[in-house]
Design a protein around this ligand. Structure first.
Ligand code: AMP
Ligand code: GLY
Length: 423
């Protein structure tokens, strides 16, 4: 099989690394890719926003299968274009990608099909949104409707904060994403991420993970795209996974199909495990970054036939086998992230990978023959262990061998699971 992978982050490096191990693979291309992905794929300098160029390249190289990593091209309809050109594609249609592209769309779906989630209202102007906040009181959650790179959500502990967040949205802080606002009830509990494939009819549960959104140790400081993750998430017991499938995933699959938007791809469900059970915070329609890195370390099965079955409506014919081990990833980021940071800072050394530990590239590039950091989140040091504690020790031991002066990381990734393991 000839495969084209779209994307350039740590998520795509992990996918490329796994896909490259498949005996079914003949050739792997990645657009635009990164220096880590280049170990497994031929990099192609395509502008992925130019759908016609991506489709033309896929046709020219007789690509059999395209795997789309990030959300932006999915929300923009890249998968529709590829499928219309007769190329099997992993990732939802533009219509189905609204599950991530519009928070209001997802909330309405939940309301229609009785999927547990926080009570909400949608608003197109500030005053009625503020009246609703005053009526509901704090804590309350204010969300820009559209894609805002993880920054469009304010969990307001006071009414004043909530009212300011509404003004921010309508004043354009998130551009077009904030033209509509969702005001949502605050959910109290422990968060977990759940990953599940669907081909539009069948579901295949993958695995669970826990992210660390705040930039600082002890979950302090501003939100980021994610500073580290581990899998599995202990709060997602098998009973909780079963309830999530039955109460959230299955009604989503049947509801989307009924509404004429069958979903094919991966559900990344952000859940709050409340006293009532699992409730949906949000859907993403692609693998998490860095959650994908820990999932790929734990996956024993060949990934390629599983993704291909998802794209071709044969998910009922495949299974996914997982290691019992835990996996943990630590994000090394440029000093200053998620604020301003220097670009093109040199990375002098990346340590060798072993069976149990590996460094995935995210925001890196080659410049004059040397490796440099070009992004906020730059490297993902990922390790396996019998316990989260062991995976954490291995990941930090490897991270400490990375020589990159302008890098930093949180030192406490996995703290909740490590504390649980001590008891
Ligand atoms: P999102 O960008 O939608 O993932 O939201 C960012 C973060 O805001 C989530 O990971 C949660 O920690 C928090 N959050 C979002 N919605 C709620 C809610 N209804 N109740 C409590 N926390 C929330
Ligand atoms: N790590 C969170 C995300 O990928 O959205």
């Amino acid at each position: 099989m000839k495969v084209l992978l779209i994307g350039s982050g740590g998520r795509e490096h992990a996918l490329a690394w796994k896909i490259a191990q498949s005996p079914l693979l003949d050739e792997l291309y990645a657009a635009p890719g990164n220096p880590g992905i280049a170990d497994h794929a031929t990099l192609v300098a395509l502008d992925v926003e130019d759908h016609a160029a991506v489709i033309a390249f896929a046709k020219e190289k007789a690509i059999n299968f395209v795997v789309v990593g990030p959300e932006a091209p999915l929300v923009a309809g890249l998968a529709d274009g590829l499928r219309a050109a007769g190329i099997a594609t992993f990732g939802p249609s533009k219509a189905a990608a609204q599950l991530e592209g519009s928070k209001g769309f997802t909330k309405d779906l939940c309301a229609r099909y009785d999927i547990p989630t926080g009570a909400y209202q949608r608003f197109k102007t500030a005053e009625p949104a503020k009246d609703y906040v005053r009526q509901q009181g704090a804590p309350i959650v204010i969300k820009a409707d559209g894609l805002a790179a993880g920054k469009g959500v304010t969990v307001a502990m006071t009414e004043t904060e909530a009212l300011a967040a509404i003004d921010d949205c309508f004043d354009g802080a998130f551009g077009a994403a904030g033209a509509e606002v969702v005001v949502e009830a605050f959910l109290d509990g422990e968060e977990a991420s759940f990953f599940c494939l669907s081909d539009g009819k069948t579901a295949l549960a993958l695995a669970t993970a826990q992210d660390h959104k705040r930039v600082g140790d002890g979950d302090t400081g501003p939100n980021t795209g994610g500073m580290g993750a581990y899998s599995p998430a202990p709060v997602m017991t098998s009973a909780m996974v079963e309830r999530t499938m039955k109460e959230i995933i299955e009604p989503t699959i049947s509801g989307m199909a009924k509404d004429g938007n069958p979903f094919s791809g991966v559900f990344f469900a952000g859940l709050m495990i409340t006293a009532k059970g699992p409730e949906l915070i949000e859907y993403n329609v692609r693998f998490g970054d860095p959650e994908c890195q820990v999932l790929m370390m734990r996956l024993k099965s060949d990934l390629l036939p599983i993704l291909y079955a998802t794209a071709t409506g044969t998910l009922d014919k495949v299974e996914a086998e997982w290691r019992d081990d835990a996996a943990l990833t630590v994000v090394l980021a440029s000093k200053g992230y998620p604020g301003a940071y220097d670009k093109n800072t040199p990375i002098a050394h990346i340590p060798e990978a072993s069976e149990e530990a590996k460094v995935f590239h995210a925001g890196t590039a080659l410049k004059d023959g040397g490796l440099v950091a070009t992004g906020g989140r730059v490297l993902n040091v990922t390790a396996l262990g019998k316990t989260v504690t062991e995976a954490q020790a291995r990941a930090y031991a490897l991270a400490d061998k990375v020589e990159w002066e302008n890098g930093f990381c949180r030192r406490d990734i996995g703290w909740q699971a490590v504390a649980r393991e001590k008891v």
